[in-house]
Design a protein around this ligand. Sequence first.
Ligand SMILES: *Cc1c(COP(=O)(O)O)cnc(C)c1O
Length: 406
Amino acid sequence: MDMFNPEQALWETRREFGEHGGVAPSIERSSTFTVMDPCMMPEIFNGVRGPEKNGCYLYSRHVNPTVRVLSRYMAAMEGTETAVGTASGMAAISCTLMQLCKAGDHIVSSDTIYGGTHALLSELLPDAGIQTTFVPPGNTSAFAAAIQPNTRVIYTEGVSNPTLSVADIPALSRLAKSHGLRLVVDNTFTPMLLSPARLGADVVVYSITKFINGASDLIAGAICADKAFVARLLDLHQGRLMLLGPTMDPRVAFDVIQRLPHLGLRMREHGHRAMAVARHLSKLGAAVQYPGLPSHPHHDRINAIMNKAYGYGGILTVDCGTQNKAEALMSQLQNHERFGLIAVSLGYYDTLMSCSGSSTASEIPSEKQCEIGISPGLVRLSVGYTGSMEARIEQIERAVRTCGLM
Ligand SMILES: *Cc1c(COP(=O)(O)O)cnc(C)c1O
């Protein structure tokens, strides 16, 4: 495969200037748009005119100019034809799956996914007549074995939450293509470092809330795909995004636009810091998992598919054995060492820590959690980049010693 540089791709796309030549884009807050000639209105409704056809906007739940700028940048970064911003990551995921599947259809999904997505697939979509078979993310033949005549979608996270399994995206793409299915990849953990569409995914979904925004101050998502699929999502009669209505706010789009230029820098620094912490914990004998460590079961796989120069991402896990020990470690790290904050979510500039089994994966039943490798003592760290790295390493070493984890 030819080299892809997402940062370069992002900055080769046409830059958007503000209304008065400002270096930052303007925020178009209008919900509705003036139509210069009444005879144009029917043409807009039947698709003869539109944002890409003579610059005619209609209504901001359909297409908003500022959201469209962010969508264009997201598409450039992913190497997809187009993209669309959504109100949240869950909106991106649910609208994508509900657009690709109708009652009677079937999904084959990785079993190790964000808790909200697991609940959507196992509890909400069955009410709409859409069933899912869950399989281990690392095992492509398990995906193949679960395909049925009514299967429409293969769903996986690029790097899974929270067990950090790496999906073999090229192999899953070949499998999907050979059965006429769509491969949907949630790339929330690994923006820039994985480019799933370039590896064969049909649709890439994001929670922008996490690394892409990076400031934990807004909720947003995106769907990156081909033009035909995004047009279906925005269709006035059947579009799930248009009719269920989880639209991105233009002010949110503006904030994210202003943070995309340093996403590459941030991912590199998250990766650099997480690697140092992972190496140190591993040296101390703690049960650390990180895709950048040669001991990680999918280290070679991620090396084969990643865009080099961004490191291996900002997320690592430490298995403390029991929930009590996990809580003791997090408390020590937050309240004594000031190493990080006990909070769900990820991709913030400070380190965020949570015990996955009892928080973001709690929608997955506990027997199932054990089966897929989420131990009750598993602490997920989203490693931030504040403070000096040397001081951070000393803090985590002290906390691990105090809690008797080595
Ligand atoms: C947070 C998260 C989501 C959901 O995103 P929201 O923006 O909170 O709706 C989906 N997938 C993954 C992997 C996540 O971490």
